[in-house]
Design a protein around this ligand. Structure first.
Ligand SMILES: [Ca+2]
Ligand SMILES: [Ca+2]
Ligand SMILES: [Ca+2]
Length: 271
């Protein structure tokens, strides 16, 4: 009983501080987790894209069950690591990261081929890719605004510290040099994965002061803040990457208790 009241109080606090309403208390391990790596979720409609052992997979929610994950068809997955899928344009454009032995991770864009029913040959997004490590990418539906993770900086501007989030906008058909989002989103700690909900809140992970332990998911109401801890998805383990739609919130846990092991997805129904 005590726990129930604590959970109710927590929900009430979250509603007051974030305006978000939750139907359940705690995310649970996703049905298709394995002892391998499941991480970097991206929900688009009823399709969950995610990274499984460093290829990009998908699983479809039919209203009752998640389908058995399969690799996305086409030219996205290679022998190198592919990470951080982000799908826009009504499911027809995929951004993601791919490892290169010389330039570390870089960003790519692939278009869905409706005839072949598969993803086409990816093209490097040169404006966001450096000789050092890029990581996550979020792009809005009409491909005019992007947030990217990087640790070396752009245009001669150094990060505040570790990995930071950077913003790029499309001007005359070309992506601008990414600009540091600055405080309070970026800190001297590491800011990695980024996701924006339909109301424009920016969700990201950080190991700044105030986490429940390791990395947590944080939410910024706007680019200027305020920033608060998304307590309901976090734990003393590492929370590394987040997505949501009207039905679910999903976080990737790094060795989080309750999953089979390594990176697992944890899911919180919202309805
Ligand atoms: Ca790179
Ligand atoms: Ca940082
Ligand atoms: Ca944590």
């Amino acid at each position: 009983m005590k726990h129930m009241w604590q959970a109710l109080l927590l929900c009430a606090l979250l509603v007051m501080t974030t305006g978000l309403v939750y139907a359940a208390n705690e995310p649970v391990s996703w049905v298709h987790n394995t002892t391998g790596v499941e991480r970097e979720p991206c929900l688009v409609g009823n399709v969950l894209y995610f990274v499984k052992d460093y290829d990009i997979y998908q699983s479809v929610w039919d209203g009752a069950d998640w389908s058995v994950p399969v690799p996305v068809p086409g030219a996205v997955n290679t022998l190198q690591n592919e990470i951080n899928p982000h799908v826009v344009k009504n499911g027809t454009v995929m951004y993601f990261g791919r490892y290169d032995p010389v330039t570390n991770y870089d960003f790519y864009r692939s278009e869905w081929d409706p005839v072949k029913q598969e993803w086409g040959e990816p093209v490097l997004v040169a404006e966001w890719s450096t000789p050092d490590q890029e990581w996550d990418v979020w792009v809005n539906e009409d491909e005019t605004v992007a947030y990217v993770t990087n640790k070396i900086g752009y245009g001669g501007v150094a990060p505040i510290g570790g990995r930071d989030l950077w913003k790029s906008v499309k001007q005359d058909g070309k992506w601008s040099t990414p600009v540091n989002l600055g405080a309070p989103i970026n800190t001297s700690g590491d800011e990695w994965h980024v996701f924006v909900d339909k109301d424009g809140r920016i969700y990201f992970e950080s190991n700044r002061e105030g986490t429940l332990g390791n990395f947590d998911i944080w939410v910024a109401e706007t680019e200027q803040g305020p920033v608060s801890n998304l307590t309901i998805m976090n734990s003393s383990a590492g929370e590394r990457g987040f997505t949501m739609n009207d039905e679910f919130m999903i976080v990737a846990g790094d060795r989080r208790p309750g999953g089979p092991g390594s990176y697992d997805l944890f899911i919180l129904p919202l309805k």
